[in-house]
Design a protein around this ligand. Sequence first.
Ligand SMILES: [Zn+2]
Length: 367
Amino acid sequence: MQSSRKVDSHDKIQLNPSHSSRLDINHSALFQGKVLLDGLLERLRDGESVVVAEGYIFEFERRGYLTAGSFVPEVIIEHPELVKSLHEEFVHAGSDVVLAFTYYAHREKLRLIGRENDLERMNMEALRIAREVADDTGTLMAGNICNSTIYKKGDDASTAEVKAMFKEQVEWAVKGGADFIVGETFGEYGEAALALEAIKKHGNGLPAVITLQPTICMDTQDGINIGEACRMLEEGGADVVGLNCGRGPVTIIETLKCVRRACKVCGIAIPDREEKKAFPLELLKCLSSRDEIRTFAQEAKAAGATYIGLCCGGAPHTLRIVADVLGKNPPANKYAPQMHKHFIFGDESKFQDYYTKDVKSKIVTNA
Ligand SMILES: [Zn+2]
C-alpha cells in the first residue's frame, strides 16, 4: 500500500508510549528489516488522509445474509468467507482500514436473537478475519463498538450494563490485535463518553475514534451541541472525533464544519442516504450518486476532515471515488469509468454517428 513507509523505532516510541505490546512487535519487525506500517496517529500526524469503508450491516442485508430489524451480523460465523471477501473488496477500492465486523455483535443484540452463547466467538472470528485481511493488504485493523440500544441517560442500571458490554468488546478487540478502536453511531453524548471511557480503560492504550450520529439538527439526542460534544470527547482523550451515519452527504457537511471548528482532529464517515424516513428498509432508493459522493468528499476534505469514509449504502464503486478525491490510487482505479470508450456516450470520432448522434439523441430526449 502506498500508505506504508519505513519508520524508525524512535518515531514509534515517541508517538505511542503507551502501546507497549505493539511497540515490541514493531521493534522486532524493524530489527528484522521489514517494512513497517504507520499507525493511525502517525498517518494523521503526517498529514495523510485515511479512508475508511463501513456499511457492512446494510450491505449484507442487501445481499441476503443478514436480517433487517435485529441487524445482527450472524454472517460472521455462518459465512466468514463472504465477510473476508467484502473486506478485500473495500481495500481494493481504497480503504486504508479494515473495520472488524463487530457492529451490533454485542451482548444485547445477541440476547435479542437468542445467540448470547455465540457472542465471544462471533467477536473473535470477526477480529480474526479483519486482522488477516489487514495483514495481507498492509492496511490498519480497527475494532468496533457501537450504540448499545439500551443506554438510558441517568439510569444507573443501564449505565452499568452498557459499560460491561463495552468492556468485553474492547477487551476482545485488544486480544484480536486491533490497531485502534472505533466507537460509533452514538446519538447521545453520554453513551459516546461511556464508549470512550471503556476504550481508554480497557483498550491497552490503543487509539480511540469516536463518532456521533447526528440524527437531529445540530444537537445530540441528549441535548448537547454536536461541536461541543465532540470537543468534550476530544478533551476526554479521543484521538479522532467526528460524525457517522444518520445523514446524507449534503446535510452532514454543515454539521461537520461545526465539529471542525470545535476540534483539532476531525473524522467523519457518512451514510449514503438523504431521507431519514426511508430508514431502514427503503434506503436503497436514497443511494447517493457518484457525483454527490465526489462533492461530499471534496467538501469534507476542504473542511479539514482527515479521516473520511462511507457508511450505510457505501460500496466499492463509491468508496473508490472518496479515495480518488483524497489522492489515493487504489487498485480498483484500474476499473474506474472511462466513458469516452462508450459507443453511445463516448468519443464521437471513434464510433458510428448512428450511435453517438441518432441513438444518443433519442435516449437523451427519451423520444
Ligand atoms: Zn450508517
